[in-house]
Structures are given as C-alpha cells and as structure tokens.
Design a protein around this ligand. Sequence first.
Ligand code: PLP
Length: 817
Amino acid sequence: MSTDPNISPRTGMDIDSFREDIRQHLHYTLAKDKFSSTEWDHYRSVVLAVMDRLHDRWINTQQNYYQHKSKRVYYLSMEYLIGRLMDNMLINLGLQDAAADAIEDLGLDYDKVREAEVDAGLGNGGLGRLAACFLDSMATLGVPGLGYGIRYDYGIFDQAIKDGWQVEKPDLWLQYGYPWSVVRPKKKYPVEFYGETTTHKDENGRTHFSWINTDTVTALAYDTPIPGFRNDVVNNLRLWKATSDKGFDLKSFNQGDYINAVRNNLLEENISRVLYPNDKVFKGQELRLKQEYFLVSASLQDAMNRFKKQFDDLRKIPQQMAVQCNDTHPNLAIPELMRVLMDQEGMKWEPAWDIVTQTVNYTNHTLMPEALEKWPLSLMSELLPRHTQIIREIDRRFLNTLEISGGEGSKQDRMRIISDEKDAMIRMGNLGIIGSQKVNGVSELHSRLMKETIFRDFSDIYDNKFTNVTNGVTPRRWLRQCNRPLADLITDRIGEEWITDLDQLNQVEQFAEDESFQELFSEIKLQNKKALAGYIKKTMDITVDPDAIFDIHIKRIHEYKRQLLALMHAITLYNRLKENPEADIEPRVLLFAGKAAPGYKMAQLYIKLINNVANTINNDPEVGSTLRVLFLQNYSVSLAEKMIPAADLSEQISTAGMEASGTGNMKFALNGALTIGTLDGANIEIREQVGKDNIFIFGHTVNEIQQLRDSGYDPQRFYKSDEELKKVIDQIHGGYFSPDQPDLFHPITNALLNQGDYFMILADYRQYIQKQREVEYNYRSSFDWNRKAIINIANMGYFSSDRAIKNYCKRIWDVEI
Ligand SMILES: *Cc1c(COP(=O)(O)O)cnc(C)c1O
C-alpha cells in the first residue's frame, strides 16, 4: 500500500482521500485484500471511512452545545425505524458523489455496497419512522436533540410468505455487528427493579423515602451519529443495551452454584432482547414494562448527569432540557423524574412537581381504545414500588384539584390515573396529561378528536396543555435519497434550496403544464416503475406491465387501514373482466406490503386472502395482463424506498377518524403519486395543500360514520342492495379463493356481515369503487394526471419533518432556531 502525501485519508472530502481511506480500512482495520473481501467487507470499509469524517463534526457539535449551555431536547422513544444509513450519511455529509466515484475506482459496485447494509428496523411502523425522521430534522436544523432508545438484539421480525401465510423469523440485524454505532463501555447506569420502599426522618423531622433491596440491571450506551444536511452538525442517537455488571451472582457463587451464578446474567440481558411487534395495540407483558422503565431510567440518569456537570440549581432544569415522550411508552419519565428530584436530590414535592410539569411532554399517537396503555397496579407496585407510591400521590393530589374545581363523581373516575376498579389499572395517558407541560396530537383532525373524545374531560380543565403538531417526513431520505432522478429534475429547475426548505417546492407548480417538465417527470416515473418491476421479477418471478397503474397499499396490516377494501376493489375488477373480457378497465397492478402483528389473527388472515386472491387473478388466462395483485414480502424502510417512487396511486383509505396522521401518505405525494383516500388524519391537510381537484377523496366522514353508528349501522343493508358487493363477499365466503378450504375466510366475512363491520368497509365500498373509476379516467389523460402529480409535489412543503420540528421548538420545547 502506498500513501500519497497530498491526500488526507481520514478527513478529506475528495474522491482520492475517500478512496484511500476505504482501501486502508479494508487492509488495516479488517485485514482483507481484494481476494478475500466480501460485499460486507466493502460496505464496512465504506462505513469506517464515513465514520472517520463524522467524528470531528460529532465531537465539535457536542462541545459546542456544552459551551453554549444549549437547552437539550431529549426524545424518548421505544422505537426508531431507521432503515439503511449509508446513503443518508453520505448525502448529509455532501459526500455521495465522491463516494460513488471512489467506490467505482476501487472496482466495486455502489449499489451492491449499499445493499449489503442491513436495515436497522427497531420499530413497527409510523411511530418509529417518525422518530427517525425527527432525528434527521433536528440535526439539519441544528437543534441540540438527543434520541434515546433501546438497542434491541432483534428488531421487527423478518416476514416471509409461505403458502400465502406470514411466517415470522428473527431479525438478525446485529449478527455481523453494526458499524454505525460506537459502544461507550464506561457510559453505564444501574437501573433498579423490584425491592421495597422504606422511610426515615431526618434531623428536621422531614420524611425521606428510599427504594431498597432492588435487582439491578446495567444500561450500556451505544451511540450512532446523526448528521444534519451539509451543516457540520452531528447529533447523537443513544441506544441502551441491558447488561449485567455483576459478572456473576456472588451469593449463588458462594453457595457453590457456579453455573447458575453466571447464567442469571442472561435474564437481565433479556430486557433489551427484542422489540415487541405490536402496532397500536397494548399487551400488558411484564417484560415490556421493564423495557419502558429501563429506557426512562437510563436516559434520565444520563440527562441529569449532563445537567449537573454545568448547573447546580435544579430549578434550572426546565430551561435546560425538554423531554419528549413518543407516545405513552416513556411516560414513566414523570414519576421517575419526581423520584430522582425528591429521593436523590432532596427536593420537596411541590418544587419537584413544578420542574417535572415544565419539562416533560407527551405525544399521543392514537385514539383507539385497544392501544391505550394501562398497567395493572399490582404489577407496577411489584416492579416499581417507589414509582407506584409517587403515582398514587400524583393521583391523590390531582383528585384534590378536581374537588376544588367541582368535578363530579363519574368524571373523576374517568380522569383519575388509577382506575377505581377491583383490578386497578394505571392509565399511562392520564398520567401523561397530568404530568406533562404539553400534550400534542399528530394531525389537525387527530388533535381535535383527542380533545373531543378520549381526553375531553381534560381539555375542559387544561385547554392550554393541548396542542397539535402535524407529522412530517424528511425530504432528504424520502425524495433526495429514494428518488434521485426526480430530486435532480427539481434541483435543475429551482435549485437545491428545497432540500432544507421544502416550501421552495411550490416553485415547481409553474411547470405543472410544462410539456418538457411533464415529459421528464413521466419518464422518471416510468423508470422507477421499471426498476420496481425488475425487483418483482427477480424476487417473485412475476412479470408486471410498467405502463399499468401502479396502485400501492403499503403499511402495517390492520383492519382500520382497510387493506380489505382495496382488495375488494381488485376482486370487483376481476369479476367485471370475467363477465366481459372486453370491459373498459385500465391495466392496473395492485401492490400490497406490510407486516401483521404475530398475535393478530385477522390481520394474518388478510395476508392469506390477499395472496390467494393474487394467485387466482394472476393465473387466470381470461384476465390477461390487465390486472395483477401482488403481496411483496418483508415491508421495511428499504422496501418503501423502492416502492414509493414507483407509485402512481397511493392508497390511504383508513376508516375516517382512525388514522392519527399517516406519514406514508406524505412520502407518496412527495414522489408524485396521487392519493385516493378518506378524510382522515393528515389526508385532510394534504387535500388543503394540493387542492380538492388533485386528490381522490371518498367515503364517510368522521361525522357521517358517527351518525351511521348512532342510527344502528346495518352492513347487511349495503350487502343486499349492491350486487357487485354481494358477489365479492359471497366469493370470499364461499371458497372461491380457497377451494381446498371453503371456510377459511369466514372470520373475515362474519366480521363484515354478522359482527357489525366495525371498520365500515361495506359503507364505503360503492363510493370507493366509483372513485377508482374516476382514477382510471384521469390516468388515461396523461397530461392531466402528470399535472396533478406535479401540483402534488409542489405543495408538499408543509409535510417536511423540518416544519414539524420547528413547530415542536416553538409550541412545546421553547427552543430557538
Ligand atoms: C412511513 C412508513 C410507515 C408508516 O406508513 P403509514 O402509511 O403512515 O402507516 C410504516 N412503515 C414504514 C417502513 C414506513 O417507511
């Protein structure tokens, strides 16, 4: 190996330096040569070279925050759905093109190197992806933000499809190591569990509480750098791994039980073993509660350490830190901070409470009752006895304040933290409202419904606490990274300011009817569709027509998201084609992807039905190539990045009132797909931005759904009066798609016909079918379609997560940018 004195391998941002650094890492760090190295080695060498360029900036950024005594934003989230980082890091460092050239110079293939990376899938869906987009935006805006989470050994399961069914496999994302993280062997904090509380009186007669005889688990920090977009800022994502510090349990060891003394360590490490794979449904597992407290305790110890290095006066905490809880999962931050301030710092209740309620904030992500966290009081008091005392005291004092403002009996019961039942429960949402400075919903509709429905009683007494911050997505990943050709076209016309100031996209509107822009846009879309078609050919050996409408429904599988409705449309088209092979139907490829929670039987059955319908349709010679239905396995951030740029039509068809915001909807529109959707979540704000003529809205509104329910919704009425609908349901019910097992899909048809069709699929069916006809007619006029798609792109500025973070800074965190 030779070293050229003109290049600086460790820090140089030019091709030569970068290439040299990759070469040196392959040789000196990994001990590989061109004969022995694999794609993984090449990828690792690139990561090492990128990390070299991040480290100065990372250190400088942190020093800078320290020197300026900047207020820190602590984002607490049980989930970070990150995906791959190589492109993201290179783009934000401004190194992507140099790196691509350097990689090619070394005789390697950039795409192969990139694809060697394994997704960091430490989340289920939208909530986890939101946290990842927010990290990118905080760094890009220079907000002193630090993400805290758990370094699960296993992220969201890998999904395979076997015989049409979902099969879950463990996600081995760490099996060859994770080169984007740095372990901090000395950043360790003890996290206590179980034990009991005692009191003692000090010389002044004041009672002090302590928590004793606990079991201790150690939290060990792993840091991942989060660079902003070309601004030299590098923030930190700190994920905690559970370890045992004891080496072995001395007591067992002394009793001669060497094996068990060592083996116990494994039990402690189980805390960070696996991400719970449920999206929007609460399961009261003890291990999950341990995970939540583990995150909160380690993160607050770390935050308090940082604070105390620079400040003596604890009353300055609210000026120096904002804690944001991503859903109720980290809401134990409220009693934990109370405990730390009182039991460890010796504060009295009132000043401690003032600090907590000016520091902690809570984001609500869903109104669905089955998702609201409620822990049994008995479990909480066994696992966290001191916190349970504190929660009881918060509850008691809260009830007292209600008395003063004249709350009546039943209202009190609804508002209490501890439900007044035989098997008492701790309601984490109520705790979050009572103990937070601000509570926010994630779209205008959701924030309004939150105040009018589940938290109505609270909004009466603390209206000022409630606010809205509509979600957003980072345009770096969701346009610049996943759709470089479109990003380049836009930059060519309006410059690249849009990457950090997405409102600039409105300048694109002037090209909506521009022939050459339209042509380039539709050529890019076609190429993206061909690339996806190639992926489908390679992975599934199915041919799809890139000229057909690419109609995409990708998200977690959930009844409220109504994959079934989209599938029923496909069956309707199929029936029309069978009836009349000449029927006037625009060729269409309906693509699904999404994971179902392992215990969610109905969602699992949806996947099976989609696959069986796909099989029937795709193999029916009478259908020809007009219609294809596909289920792509293992939905992930990386798969989303392949599919979204190839979409013509974005399916956002949840039952109105049930999707808090959605962020998939934003990603699609930003990539020039038109939305077919209900008036739900952020779809409403998308319609406001793009205009009602540039989006396909259908279905019952929130109010209309309420009216239907109030007047005794009868799905049978729709079934009996709509021949096409009846036929679709009869086919599903009668085994048309499952001839070997005619009863297989009865749980689905029973839910629709005999169990009240809670998600109102029958009520919205006909409107949806009609709206889809409108979509087809529109698609045939490519001028019209492209104009609408370009207008969509031009009006997506509002949905940047940069805007969302600016809203948080102003409305919640009191951070200047
Ligand atoms: C954006 C995203 C989601 C959220 O999609 P919704 O349509 O808003 O539910 C879920 N999973 C992945 C991988 C995503 O990228």
